[in-house]
Design a protein around this ligand. Structure first.
Ligand code: GLN
Length: 517
């Protein structure tokens, strides 16, 4: 359209509104996620197994829900309204988390008494966050896309700036919520996350004028039409989604239901892809779609390794790492999680430069090779932890090894995550790009659950998270990390071997790397 948007630093002002909104959203999301396993194990005295599984089920539902939120925004609400509704649910969810109830206590006979009422409020809060992310996460990125006209060369750098917002929020949230939560009390850490989300929501609502009508419903009349429930369609969606939170409230507490949901949605998606490939595509489209499917399947391996950060690696940092001291005292275990976001901010420009440079030399590796390198980097990250633990003698493991692990994991993320998003849009047939984007996140959802199952291989029998036998704890984590190191190497090499075939199936789409950032 011909509307002239106000510009700032060479980009539409709307971009900075979206940057700030997503920064605050990720501030709350990652701040809370950094504390989650500790809150469960130390405060509610969950076993490692149950704590890991809850983190896994929660994170799986979080990444499965944008499929639904994206669909409802496409079809009815439009992106802007979906983001506002998601933001409101997120504020409620994060504030609800601040209510911590009574700490669990262990009786003399070993039974554990928990504050079940407080735990139910906690599960309900998680459900609001899950539904909130579902409405917000994918749709806010879609508005970024709408700020630029087709063919606008600034689109990629716009997305790069937006990705910086994600990681700036993640770094700040992890450090601040983690520090408050671990030092002053869980409620403070979770509460500040909720306040951050409120800032994000207010920024977004007041920033509306800078979107110049972008992100609105495609058919506003459809929203006002009455639904079978007697309300108009818009209100119907809101009411059903709030009711849906109560369904998710139950689901998040039942790991087997989450497991079934993931398996069924994964299988249905695969069947639909195969159907689409044979019934609705020509040969080239079919090959491209299958090459994308192979990449997505391998991304499951990557995220399953990477997401150890919020379970086994977080507990490793707490229990067996020599965390040194800062001006605030001993460095909090959760603070190490911020390294991922910090390394992204440092290295994203380096990788963007590298791909362009290699491209000029006609040496830019194809997506399958980048994915393979990403998976190998994830493995190598765990190798660092194995080396560190093996060299630590009777003492705790030196910090540098965890720092290196996160550095390799972040390099892996930069080879795989932005590249993957870009290839989803390049390799999907036009009509199912949105669906395939959903499948991309569904793969992350599956990985989150698998990550929890893997983390359970190193579960320790602790009392409130306190480890008494350091040597045994180190051995347990080293065993897991060694397995993950090998897993990364093996699957990375398999994909390297397959990569010429995958590249061939892309039919030249790969030579056009202009959309990567
Ligand atoms: N860290 C990125 C984000 O929060 C990507 C997460 C993912 O795709 N698993 O947006």
């Amino acid at each position: 359209s011909a509307i002239r948007q106000k510009q700032l630093f060479g980009h539409p002002v709307g971009l900075y509104i979206l940057f700030l909104t997503e920064m605050w959203e990720r501030f709350s999301f990652y701040g809370m996620k950094a504390l989650l396993i500790f809150y469960l194990v130390k405060y509610h005295l969950f076993s490692d197994d149950n704590g890991n599984l809850l983190v896994g089920s929660y994170a799986a539902l979080v990444y499965a829900m944008p499929v639904l939120g994206g669909y409802l925004a496409d079809r009815f609400l439009g992106f802007r309204k979906a983001v506002i509704f998601g933001g409101i649910l997120l504020v409620l969810g994060h504030i609800g988390m601040a209510f911590e109830g009574e700490a669990a206590s262990e009786m003399a006979d070993g039974t554990i008494v928990r504050d079940d009422g407080a735990l139910q409020i906690f599960y309900l809060s998680l459900a609001f966050i899950i539904m909130g992310v579902g409405f917000l996460k994918a749709n806010i990125s879609s508005i970024v896309g709408e700020l630029y006209e087709k063919g606008d060369k600034r689109r990629d750098s716009g997305f790069t700036i937006f990705y910086m917002g994600i990681n700036l929020g993640s770094a700040l949230g992890t450090i601040l919520c983690g520090w408050l939560g671990e030092t002053y009390g869980w409620g403070y850490g979770f509460g500040i996350a909720g306040i951050g989300m409120l800032f994000g929501l207010v920024t977004f609502i007041y920033g509306k004028k800078y979107f110049f009508g972008r992100g609105e419903a495609k058919d506003p009349a459809l929203l006002k039409r009455k639904s079978p429930m007697g309300l108009n369609n818009e209100l119907t969606i809101y009411v059903l989604s709030v009711l849906g939170c109560f369904v998710v409230w139950q689901m998040v507490q039942s790991h087997s239901v989450v497991e079934w949901l993931l398996m069924i949605s994964g299988a249905v998606s695969l069947v639909y892809i195969i159907y689409y490939a044979f019934a609705k595509s020509d040969k080239i489209q079919r090959h491209r779609l299958f090459s994308l499917t192979i990449l997505i399947l391998f991304s499951v391996i990557f995220w399953a390794l990477f997401e150890q950060a919020y379970t086994s690696m977080n507990l490793f940092a707490d229990r067996v790492l020599d965390r040194g001291t800062s001006m605030f005292g001993e460095i909090q275990a959760s603070a190490f999680l911020s390294l991922n976001a910090i390394f992204i901010i440092l290295f994203a420009p380096v990788f963007a430069w590298l791909w362009i440079r290699l491209d000029k030399l006609k040496m830019n590796p194809n997506a399958a090779v980048k994915f393979a390198i990403g998976i190998i980097f994830a493995g190598v990250g765990f190798w660092m932890l194995v080396i560190g633990a093996n060299g630590s003698g009777d003492g705790k493991v030196a910090m540098i090894w965890l720092v290196l692990a996160y550095m390799f994991h972040t390099w892996g993320e930069l080879c795989l995550s932005p590249v993957g998003l870009s290839y989803v849009t390049k390799l999907s047939p036009g009509k199912i790009v949105g669906f395939m984007m959903g499948v991309w996140f569904l793969a992350t959802a599956g990985s989150e659950y698998i990550a929890a199952l893997l983390a359970n291989l190193a579960s320790l029998d602790t009392s409130g998270g306190n480890v008494t036998d350091l040597a045994a704890a180190k051995e347990s984590y080293t065993g897991l990390f060694e397995t993950l190191f090998h897993t990364g190497l093996i699957f990375g090499v398999i994909l390297l071997v397959l990569s010429p075939l995958v590249k061939k199936m892309m039919h030249g789409v790969d030579t056009d790397t202009s959309e990567e950032a």
